[in-house]
Design a binder for this molecule. Structure first.
Ligand code: ZN
Length: 218
C-alpha cells in the first residue's frame, strides 16, 4: 500500500453538460489574479469525442489505481453528466480535502499539425506561494512517467520540452498543495486523437500518473 494515509486530489476538467448552461459556465469568477470564466465546455476531437469525457475516463481509472494503493481520493466531479463546478470551486474542493498532491486532467484543442502533452505549472501568485517548487518536482515526475509509460510525445507547440508555466488559471493560482495541470495530448491532431479516444491509452495515462504520484509522495 504505497499510498496508505495519503490524500490525492483529481480534477477532471470541464463537465459533460457544460454546453447546456452557458449562463452558469460564462459567469465571471476571480482566479486569484484576474477574472476568468466559471468553466468552459472544453474541446473535442474532429470525430466528436469530448475532452470532458476523456478527462473523466482518465480520472476514473486513476482514482481506482490510487485507491488500490491505499490513498484517499478527492474528485471535483462525480459524473460526466453535469454542469461545472466553477474552477474556483474545484480548487476549493481539493484544498479543503487537504490533498497532499493534486492533478488537473485535460486535453488540448491545439493546431491540427501539433502533437503531444504539456504540463502546466503554477506561478507564484499568493495562495500558491508555498507549493511552486514542489509542483515543479511533481511536474517533472509526471513528464518522465508519461514519456516512459505512454506513446504520447512532448508537445510540439506548447511550452519547452513539455513544460510551461501559467498564471491565468484558478486551478493553479489557488492551489495550496503541489499541483499541475496536464494537457494529455491534442484532440485536434489525428494521431493524438486516435490515442486519446482509446481506452488502453487512457489507462496508460492513469498508470503513469499513479507512478508519478507514488514517486513524488515517497
Ligand atoms: Zn480543458
Amino acid at each position: 500500500m504505497p499510498l496508505a494515509g495519503k490524500i490525492v486530489g483529481i480534477d477532471p476538467g470541464h463537465n459533460g453538460r457544460n454546453f447546456a448552461d452557458p449562463a452558469y459556465i460564462d459567469a465571471q469568477i476571480w482566479n486569484g489574479r484576474e477574472s476568468e470564466d466559471c468553466d468552459t465546455t472544453g474541446t473535442e476531437t474532429d470525430g466528436g469525442y469530448t475532452e470532458a469525457l476523456f478527462n473523466f475516463q482518465v480520472a476514473t481509472f486513476l482514482r481506482a489505481d490510487l485507491v488500490h494503493d491505499g490513498a484517499s481520493v478527492v474528485m471535483t466531479r462525480a459524473s460526466n453528466d453535469g454542469v461545472g463546478p466553477c474552477v474556483t470551486s474545484r480548487a476549493q474542493i481539493i484544498n479543503g480535502g487537504h490533498a497532499n498532491v493534486a492533478v488537473d486532467i485535460h486535453a488540448d484543442g491545439g493546431p491540427p499539425s501539433g502533437r503531444g502533452f504539456a504540463i502546466l505549472e503554477p506561478v507564484a501568485d499568493g495562495p500558491n506561494d508555498a507549493v511552486i517548487t514542489s509542483s515543479e518536482q511533481f511536474g517533472a515526475d509526471i513528464r518522465q512517467a508519461l514519456l516512459s509509460g505512454t506513446a504520447m510525445p512532448v508537445s510540439t507547440y506548447d511550452g519547452d520540452q513539455g513544460i510551461t508555466h501559467r498564471d491565468d488559471l484558478a486551478g493553479l493560482n489557488l492551489a495550496t498543495e503541489p499541483k499541475v495541470l496536464i494537457e494529455c495530448g491534442n484532440m485536434r491532431n489525428a494521431t493524438d486523437a486516435a490515442l486519446l479516444t482509446s481506452t488502453a491509452f487512457q489507462g496508460q495515462v492513469a498508470r503513469a500518473l499513479e507512478a508519478a504520484i507514488i514517486r513524488f509522495l515517497s
